[in-house]
Design a protein. Structure first.
Length: 466
């Protein structure tokens, strides 16, 4: 579906849910004379729990399962930006206490973007949350405006598979780590959920360092900033399991999906629709996180034998799933409409340039209007780096990054997985393919390599096998 149409539909839905509040006649006339309207940012508190405190008001605003739940993090500040076609953007900041109320110029199209910054002391994996709502404001009106929030940027949660741990950092420039190893997580397990028992699935609660170490391979986050990771090689259950933890302390460890006997290579969360996708060698599964119903995603006939689903990401706006995978005889990225296999514009396989038999694609990231894919191979002369492609038609832009010259020469070894939800720049897991040489993280701000950083931690070993 066209992104402009989606935006228009979203705007219509937001406007339909706006509440026009009564205010004194004198206040209304005064605002009307000034061509202004008063907006109260309504973050979803039910009437019987109404409060003017932002920390209280942030309850029940984090989709998709946030009804009657508290805010998922401690916030340090709230920023509201108001824009419109005839309006110079207005930016206001609020502390974590007080009413979110603004007087702004009236107009038929006003876009409110709310960003909640997470406090440094919070255990949340999120660094910020964001929500957008669009409304028409008649002169003199007082409007209660709903804004639904979702995770915007996250900390770096690294699946350090061969070291059997999750390695967590605020950023590549602030690398003081929180490390969750097998034994630490074994103390965080929750009772086996009823849906798991109802499906007669094996009990997964058997984490210990000698028999059942965690083997995390991929990571994603839901709208509340909770962490999802898969663990393969669970010999006790013979299942490969996707787990969720509430925060960087590992609290609330529960299973959310399983792949009996088949390794999970990648996972991605559709944060708007509350769906978990995971990829195996030959299939993509969709898991409704509300009901835990688990079904295969139909693969369209015009996707040529895709397999080896190493990396994936959901475009939250469209719901399209982008998968770094194999085609019939090449490597590239598949764009999939998981709800409509007959959508010919939404189900496309795009081979990427280079040696089609050697330059393997591993992971994909979406930053409109472009997508980015990591490609690697150990053959001399093959491309090893990140390529950019257009999301509009799934074609290569000619922009790629394999290394930098400044501030000192450096290049990728075997770039594989993108890490974290970032809105500026990229962090990539760079695999040396050598057990006596640590793997590393590589960070860069733009596709010309601006602000290139590398970080080896205390001996990363991301992968057991090439």
């Amino acid at each position: 579906m066209n992104r402009n149409l989606i935006a228009a539909l979203a705007a219509a839905l937001c406007i339909s849910s706006v509440s026009f509040l009564s205010c004194s006649d004198s206040e209304s006339r005064h605002l009307a004379r000034l061509g202004q309207a008063r907006v109260i940012i309504d973050l979803g508190m039910p009437e019987e729990q109404a409060s003017t405190g932002i920390l209280d008001a942030l309850r029940r605003v984090f989709v998709p399962d946030a009804i009657a739940q508290s805010a998922p993090a401690l916030f340090s500040s709230i920023t509201v930006q108001v824009s419109g076609p005839d309006l110079i953007p207005i930016v206001r900041s609020f502390s974590q206490f007080g009413e979110i109320s603004m007087t702004v110029p009236a107009g038929s199209l006003r876009r409110f973007e709310v960003t909640a910054n997470v406090a440094n002391v919070s255990l949340s994996a999120a660094r910020s949350f964001r929500g957008v709502s669009i409304v028409g404001l008649p002169p003199g009106a007082t409007v209660s405006l709903p804004v639904v929030m979702s995770v915007y940027e996250t900390k770096l949660v690294i699946p350090d598979l061969s070291n059997n741990r999750l390695y967590i950092m605020n950023s590549i420039l602030d690398p003081t780590p929180v490390i969750l190893e097998t034994d630490a997580l074994s103390n965080k397990v929750q009772p086996t959920p009823s849906w798991w028992t109802d499906l007669s699935l094996p009990d997964p609660w058997f984490f210990n360092a000698t028999q059942e170490p965690i083997t995390p391979f991929d990571i994603d986050f839901d709208a509340r900033g909770r962490i999802y990771f898969n663990s393969n090689y669970m010999s006790y259950t013979e299942d490969r399991i996707v787990f969720r933890i509430d925060n960087i302390n590992g609290d609330g460890l529960v299973p959310v999906a399983t792949s009996p006997g088949t390794d999970i290579l990648s996972l991605a969360i559709d944060r708007k629709r509350n769906i978990l996708y995971f990829g195996t060698y030959n299939n993509i599964m969709a898991v409704d996180l509300a009901t835990h119903a688990q079904d295969p995603v139909p693969i369209a006939g015009n996707l040529p034998g895709i397999s080896n689903m190493r990396g994936m990401m959901v475009d939250d706006d469209t719901g399209y799933l982008y998968v770094a995978c194999n085609g019939d005889s090449t490597y590239g990225v598949a764009k999939i409409n998981p709800r409509d296999p007959e959508d010919l514009t939404g189900n496309i396989f795009a081979p990427l340039p280079g040696n089609p038999q050697f330059d393997e694609s591993f992971d994909v990231q979406i930053k409109w209007p472009f997508g980015y894919v990591t490609q690697f191979y150990s053959t001399s002369g093959s491309f090893q780096g990140v390529r950019q492609f257009r999301l509009s038609d799934m074609t290569y832009t000619g922009v790629s990054l394999s290394g930098v010259i400044l501030p000192m020469p450096d290049s990728f070894n075997r770039p594989k997985r993108f890490i974290g939800k970032l809105n500026r720049g990229f962090i990539v897991m760079d695999d040396t393919n050598l057990f006596d040489t640590p793997d590393r993280l590589v960070g860069f701000l733009t596709m010309d390599g601006l602000a290139w950083y590398s970080y080896e931690g205390d001996g990363f070993q991301f992968y057991e096998i090439p």
